[in-house]
Design a protein around this ligand. Structure first.
Ligand SMILES: Nc1ncnc2c1ncn2[C@@H]1O[C@H](COP(=O)(O)OP(=O)(O)O)[C@@H](O)[C@H]1O
Ligand SMILES: [Mg+2]
Length: 255
């Protein structure tokens, strides 16, 4: 189980989770994509309409529905989705007083895990209770980082959160990798940023880098992954490489 985490918004968490899911599905892996962001961007990126949903992750976390009923099966070949809606913002408050509040996601996902080869969790742009749930359920973390000035600012906060979670809730949590996104090869800055991040994370930087690509930004508005919207684009090819690297990293870890 892999959580995509960065408390900064707009760094490519959702784009990465959705497009890696799509690439892995084409590799015949059975994927569960879990949307634990009240903005529900992963949900809408796959064209799933809130109005059509009887249950969402909110109902599973608060105990109103089984995860088996909250998931939307076969949103694509080999992909099931646990959708999110704005109601999820309320769960953050409602769960505060409950037992095992940090472990709710782990608890409710447990029974359906055998159905999948890889579970990907798209988390919100904060390090609040929902992200803590993602980090407690997951075996490993991918931190997407935008190729921009001060890219590393904020990553240290994710790392200290990972440390805290390891000390208490999830001792085996691993950093699977740092993924550079929105790389603009025309600027010198982008190259410098990647070099700097590599110095900080020599063992953890994904060698595949996701380019800045209008096609990647357009695909969600059509409810499509990049492999559906424009499979020959640079963005699509990058995410195929990222997904293959993720599989290799997972094989070398114990998550
Ligand atoms: N590689 C990319 N090139 C161009 N636009 C991108 C790229 N990755 C993401 N975007 C766009 O940038 C915005 C933020 O990305 P998103 O994945 O939603 O970030 P997050 O989930 O971290 O908030 C979205 O509009 C998305 O379509
Ligand atoms: Mg997002």
């Amino acid at each position: 189980m892999v959580a995509f985490v960065n408390q900064k918004g707009g760094v490519g968490k959702t784009t990465s989770a959705v497009n890696i899911a799509a690439s892995l599905a084409r590799r015949e892996r059975r994927i569960l994509l879990v949307d634990i962001d009240p903005q529900g961007n992963a949900t809408s990126s796959l064209g799933v309409e809130r109005a059509d949903l009887e249950f969402t992750i909110y109902d599973a976390l608060t105990g109103d529905a089984d995860m088996a009923n909250a998931r939307v099966t076969a949103v694509r070949d080999n992909i099931d989705l646990v959708p999110a809606s704005p109601m999820l913002a309320g769960a953050e408050i409602e769960l505060v007083d409950s037992d095992r509040r940090e472990r709710r996601l782990a608890d409710v996902l447990g029974p359906i895990l055998p159905d999948y080869d890889v579970v990907l969790i798209d988390s919100p742009p904060s390090l609040g209770l929902l992200t803590v749930n993602a980090l407690t359920a997951a075996g490993s973390v991918v931190i997407p980082v935008q190729c921009e000035y001060l890219a590393l600012e904020g990553v240290s906060q994710v790392l200290s959160t990972i440390d805290l979670i390891r000390k208490g809730l999830n001792p085996d949590l691993e950093l699977l990798g740092v993924l550079m996104t929105m790389y603009d090869g025309r600027t010198k800055l982008a190259g410098h940023v990647v070099d700097e991040v590599r110095r900080y994370f020599p063992d953890h930087l994904f060698s595949a880098v996701v380019p800045r690509s209008v096609r990647l930004a357009e695909a969600p508005s059509f409810g499509q992954s990049i492999t559906e919207y424009d499979p020959s684009s640079r963005g699509a090819r990058a995410y195929v490489d990222v997904a293959d690297e993720l599989l290799a990293r997972l094989a070398g870890s114990n998550s």
